[in-house]
Design a protein around this ligand. Structure first.
Ligand SMILES: [Fe+2]
Ligand SMILES: [Fe+2]
Length: 274
């Protein structure tokens, strides 16, 4: 797999979808956000350049954390679908229940439901960040960039407060983007662990589990397909069809917000180097 850009990682997955408005809207969304994707990639490349100050490392790890681990919004979206199922009849009721089940599946690995690892995903992230930041000081809000804090609120608002389709599309887009992002970030983080922190191979393997577990076994790709299925069931329950304009709007705003976070992190790293 070509892992030189997030686009080249996600493209085969998107192209393997059936020929429909979703595939075209996602292709267009990634294509139009080329500069935003480059900015996101620059964040990981720059962070892997050297060992940064504790302040910079904490800021990176806290802000990146704010863009992941969205179990509460997934749970909220699943509850919304359950509530709709309870008050619906016949096939609409079945479709809402199936949408809820498929949406909830995107949190199974995060929760370590099958016990594949010693820790759940939130704990794995903590372990990785604690190692890079020499303790858990990074968790303090003082290290959260405003853009990152806003991103977290935006995700929660989209999935819990906004139109149901926007919620499901937000979860879906995060899964395909995360597949590309984690795959791209893995090599950079491996370099950080080994070259800048001097961890041995065993320690590097352990610290990279958080990122690697999303990439191996195509966990995020499977979640992406769960979300498409959830959206399809919710659309059938509501008598809607896929809205390409909405797909495009969610995709481009997601990448725009991510690129603003990474752009600010790169500026902070440039300032520290100046
Ligand atoms: Fe996860
Ligand atoms: Fe996921």
């Amino acid at each position: 797999m070509d892992q030189h850009s997030i686009s080249s990682i996600v493209s085969p997955i998107i192209h393997s979808l059936p020929d429909n408005p979703l595939r075209d809207a996602l292709t267009e969304g990634f294509h139009q956000s080329k500069s935003q994707l480059e900015s996101i990639e620059s964040g990981f490349k720059r962070f892997a350049d050297k060992r940064w100050s504790p302040m910079m490392t904490c800021t990176f790890m806290k802000s990146w954390h704010s863009t992941h681990l969205k179990m509460l919004p997934i749970y909220g979206l699943t509850c919304r679908l359950h509530r709709l199922a309870k008050t619906a009849d016949g096939t609409a009721r079945d479709h809402y229940f199936m949408a809820a089940a498929r949406n909830a599946e995107t949190s199974h690995e995060d929760l370590n439901l099958d016990g594949r690892f010693e820790l759940n995903h939130a704990q794995l992230y903590d372990e990785m960040a604690n190692a890079l930041c020499n303790g858990d000081a990074w968790y303090s809000e003082q290290y959260n960039l405003p853009e990152a804090a806003e991103f977290k609120v935006w995700i929660r608002d989209n999935m819990i407060e906004q139109d149901l389709s926007i919620g499901l599309l937000t979860n879906m887009f995060s899964e395909i983007f995360n597949h590309g992002e984690y795959t791209y970030a893995l090599e950079h983080f491996n370099n950080i662990f080994s070259q800048h922190y001097g961890y041995d191979n065993h320690q590097c393997q352990r610290l990279s589990i958080y990122i690697k577990c999303h990439v191996t076994s195509d966990v995020e790709v499977d979640h992406f397909h769960c979300c498409i299925d959830a959206l399809d069931h919710a659309n059938q329950a509501q008598g809607f069809s896929m809205d390409p304009t909405m797909v495009h709007a969610v995709s481009t705003e997601y990448l725009d917000r991510m690129s603003r976070i990474m752009g600010s992190l790169v500026r902070l790293m440039d300032d520290e180097d100046a």
